[in-house]
Ligand binder design. Structure first.
Ligand code: PMP
Length: 310
């Protein structure tokens, strides 16, 4: 009974938080599941829709690593379907990989690590032709010129859209992910989750965060993305700058491993995707503050002039 500020359990249904999120996203609270990061929603999808050791899911490759990690932990087979060389989705290959035990298809748009977005019509085509769950991970949607699929939720009972507070909202440490779907799917996800999966401080801090607009920061990141992409394209050590709809850019270098070490010496940590399917020679560089991007460009200039740090 003594007040510590935290002695009462948090709202297991996160009613107040969902009531704030719903109008911002143009959905009803019954369309929203909140998880301990989108990673919790990903794990729940396997636990709810797939029978271990029997069912499978189909996922695009390369994409976010957690789909395969979560599937492995749940003993669910992942059938990886390679994206085309330009990282577009080969719909026929995706559908051909499915059989009667395929319970879900995982898509990610904009995709991590390639940065490209899939046109909505392509996803509608898949939703209409696959008789199972289609997960579309929109973690990076705020940086993207292709609109979210949220307005199509009512039309497609098999659609689950994932979003997160970790990217454009800059709140990765809060651990708050969102899944949007029709009410029945949300109900089942809510029944399977741990009762108090979103702790009281996360609920409180998220409510406060929603009062702060992120538009100007998102705008600046999108502008910096264009600037960094343009600057990188001028270096001869850069072999290709992939078009990006996210807050990172996939860049092919003459020697990705040497460049990776070089950048670390400047305190610039990027993702080395050299060993990932379709990404040979590539680093995934997150767009930073203007001065951080300046440092990146300076580091590349030094590299280009032969001052390579190891
Ligand atoms: N989806 C994608 C595509 C991601 O890249 C990431 C983070 N790297 C996540 C989901 C994870 O989001 P969260 O922090 O909400 O678990």
């Amino acid at each position: 009974p003594y007040q510590t500020g935290w002695n009462r359990y948090p709202d297991p249904r996160q009613k107040e938080l969902k009531a704030l999120i719903a109008p911002i996203k143009g959905v009803k609270p019954e369309n929203i599941f909140l998880g301990n990061g989108s990673d919790e929603a990903i794990d729940l999808i396997f636990r709810i829709f797939c029978i271990p050791g029997k069912d499978n899911v189909v996922a695009i490759d390369p994409s976010y690593g957690m789909y395969a990690v979560s599937a492995d932990i749940n003993d669910i087979e992942v059938r990886s379907v390679r994206l085309r060389e330009d990282f577009s989705v080969p719909v026929e290959d995706l559908l051909a990989a499915c059989d009667e035990n395929t319970k879900a298809i995982f898509l990610c748009s904009p995709n991590n690590p390639s940065g490209n977005a899939t046109p909505n019509e392509v996803i509608f085509d898949i939703l209409g032709r696959f008789n199972g769950i289609v997960v579309v991970d929109e973690a990076y949607i705020d940086f993207c010129s292709v609109p979210s699929l949220l307005p199509s939720l009512e039309k497609y009972p098999n659609l689950i859209v994932l979003q997160t507070f970790s990217k454009a909202r800059g709140l990765a440490a809060l651990r708050l992910g969102l899944a949007f779907a029709q009410p029945y799917t949300i109900k089942v996800m809510s029944m399977v989750k741990y009762p108090y999966n979103i702790n009281a401080s996360t609920q409180q801090l998220a409510k406060e965060a929603l009062a702060r607009p992120i538009d100007s920061q998102v705008k600046e990141i999108v502008a910096q993305r264009a600037r960094v992409a343009g600057e990188l394209g001028k270096f001869s050590c850069v072999k290709k700058v992939y078009p990006s709809e996210a807050n990172f850019i996939l860049v092919k270098f003459d020697d990705a491993d040497v460049m990776y070490a070089h950048l670390i010496s400047y305190g610039i940590i990027v993702r080395n995707r050299n060993k990932v399917h379709g990404c040979a020679g590539c680093l995934r560089i997150t767009v930073g503050l203007p001065e951080e991007n300046d440092l990146l460009i300076k580091a590349l200039k030094e590299y280009e002039e032969g001052n390579i740090r190891r």
